[in-house]
Write a protein that binds this ligand. Structure first.
Ligand code: SAM
Length: 228
């Protein structure tokens, strides 16, 4: 086994024979969350970050710049689900900061609480609808360095914009996962990405880059943007 340190803190590539695994340093040694592998290395225990299960892992492997994670102290995450991706962000930022994780589905939130919350204290779960960001205003209590939106809804871009206007600080970065099929299953996904990007631009964002997440996620793109 060979281990390569990456440009993002607590991120590595583990090489085993002819295979490569993206991984983060496990903040909770011995504990896994979604049947990911653990690797014992000279850097400590690393946890596989599976690109087929996490769009942020897929985006990184498709060369998206996620270096905002090297300095972000406050992150707002919309559509936390049972915590797959948020657990890796939690590994990366360790005790430097905090992630506010918004999730609206009660069963999903319960599974998150049982699976992840008890082990990680840098994630604050918010059981709210991300369509109404004012409702968690007094908990988030200030601006964030990074806004991550993966709600897989037809109005996913509008939800991201509404939250960004309230919470994203100047120079902070938005990561928006666009699920084309949530918007229109019949239309060409590339056309849908263009329309959603246009919406961001009309609402004062500078779109820095956009990557198609195939082969990891079919009909999905990740967009990285800043508020102008
Ligand atoms: N980001 C997750 C990950 O990578 O581990 C996967 C997210 S999954 C594609 C979308 C999630 O968004 C679901 O858990 C869903 O319940 C949640 N969601 C959908 N609409 C929402 C809303 N309006 N507010 C908050 N969460 C929402």
């Amino acid at each position: 086994m060979e281990v390569e340190k990456l440009d993002i803190k607590n991120m590595y590539i583990v090489h085993i024979e002819d295979k490569k695994y993206l991984a983060t340093k496990n903040l909770t040694p011995g504990i896994t969350y979604y049947k990911e592998r653990l690797f014992k290395t000279k850097y400590g225990e690393l946890r596989e970050w599976i690109p087929f299960k996490s769009k942020l892992s897929a985006a990184y492997l498709k060369n998206m710049d996620i270096s905002v994670l090297n300095k972000a102290k406050r992150i707002l995450y919309l559509g936390m689900s049972t915590g797959t991706t948020v657990s890796h962000i939690s590994d990366i930022i360790e005790d430097r900061g905090v992630i506010f994780g918004v999730e609206v589905a009660p069963r999903v939130m319960l599974e998150y609480i049982n699976r992840v919350a008890k082990y990680r204290d840098n994630i604050i779960p918010l059981f709210y609808d991300a369509r109404v960001p004012q409702n968690y205003f007094y908990i988030v209590n200030g601006k964030v360095d990074m806004l991550y939106c993966d709600v897989a809804q037809p109005d996913q871009t509008e939800i991201a914009i509404r939250n960004a206007k309230l919470y994203l600080k100047e120079g902070g970065e938005l990561f928006l996962a666009i699920k084309a099929r949530s918007i229109d299953a019949a239309r060409d996904p590339e056309e849908i990405y263009k329309i959603e990007i246009r919406k961001l631009e009309k609402n004062g964002f500078k779109v820095i880059e956009s990557v198609n997440l195939e082969p990891y996620e079919k009909d999905h793109a990740m967009v990285r943007a800043k508020l102008r």
